[in-house]
Design a protein around this ligand. Structure first.
Ligand SMILES: [Zn+2]
Length: 305
């Protein structure tokens, strides 16, 4: 531990995000998740389902708003690797024995946070918890890298581009615990591992302690780990473009509209608010900044087609 420094750590494939960006996304999202749960004012247990949500939970536990008397966090390793159980009840019985052994208790309100793909993992964990604690009601929050990855219905899906870094690339914070080991209590480790020697964890803890009083981008940690190489810069441009298109699709619900085409020179006119564009709009119909509508025009976020 030696304070803010440029980290020399394996980062996997280059994306549009620097290490600083990834940590910033994690801190901001974790704060929002925890804050929203706490705001309901109902005693709740957050279940951190394994490695995938672990760094998010680590951040939550270090915020000054963290109040375990109201919303506590329990780390429960539970690895399915996408495989469905042959005998779910037997698995539940064993897992429940382990929970009892560790004297783990859950409040009536349980929020399970996990990366959700096939859904096998989170559903099996939910099944085991409900088997062991029949009185609980569960809410499922998925943290995924892209929309549409989750194949099951969850209560909330949070899309965070850097999620794969925290679940697969950075050092593990939670041990894997497979059903074949459910018989073995010694492998059921319900706390973070090797936090003291994990520089990513160190950076997260340092930043989380002062967040949101000090914004992530204002910290030394962020500045020292925000190296924008040419590759990162070019990926940022592509990502911005993707976000723009996505925003158009969401706001316009994927709709387009047929503009009136004016000639000599070629320009568009909105059939509703009658605004006329310049000549650049017909050449770049995807660039909605070139087509200004009246503020209340329903075509405002739609693509002229
Ligand atoms: Zn219009």
């Amino acid at each position: 531990m030696s304070g803010p420094r440029k980290l020399d750590i394996y980062f996997g494939i280059v994306t549009h995000q620097t290490i600083g960006d990834s940590i910033r996304e994690l801190i901001e999202a974790s704060f929002e998740i925890y804050h929203n749960i706490k705001c309901k004012g109902v005693p709740t247990t957050i279940v951190c389902g394994g490695q995938s949500p672990a760094y998010y939970c680590l951040a939550m536990m270090n915020f000054s708003i963290f109040n375990p008397d109201l919303v506590n966090i329990v780390i429960l390793p539970h690895s399915k690797g996408g495989k469905k159980a042959i005998n779910q009840i037997y698995e539940n019985e064993l897992y429940c024995e382990r929970l009892r052994e560790k004297k783990i208790n859950l409040r009536q309100n349980v929020v399970i946070i996990d990366g959700v793909h096939s859904g096998t993992g989170i559903l099996a964990l939910e099944s085991a918890l409900k088997y062991c604690f029949p009185y609980i009601t569960t809410t499922k929050i998925a943290i995924n890298a892209q929309k549409g990855i989750s194949e099951i219905r969850v209560d909330q899906e949070i899309i965070l581009c850097s999620e794969p870094k925290f679940s697969d690339v950075f050092p593990r914070l939670v041990v894997s615990y497979y059903p074949r080991d459910f018989i073995d209590g010694s492998k059921f480790i319900t706390k973070f591992i090797e936090v003291d020697t994990n520089p990513i964890a160190e950076m997260i803890i340092d930043i989380a302690c002062n967040y949101p009083k000090i914004k992530v981008e204002d910290t030394e940690w962020y500045k020292l780990n925000n190296d924008i190489s040419e590759e990162v810069a070019s990926k940022k441009v592509i990502e911005l473009q993707r976000q723009k298109v996505e925003e158009i699709q969401i706001n316009g619900k994927g709709k387009s509209f047929i503009p009136i085409i004016l000639c000599n020179p070629k320009r568009f006119q909105c059939p509703i608010c009658k605004t006329i564009t310049g000549t650049a709009a017909p050449k770049n119909p995807l660039d909605l900044s070139l087509f200004s509508h009246r503020y209340d025009c329903p075509n405002k976020y739609r693509i002229p087609n």
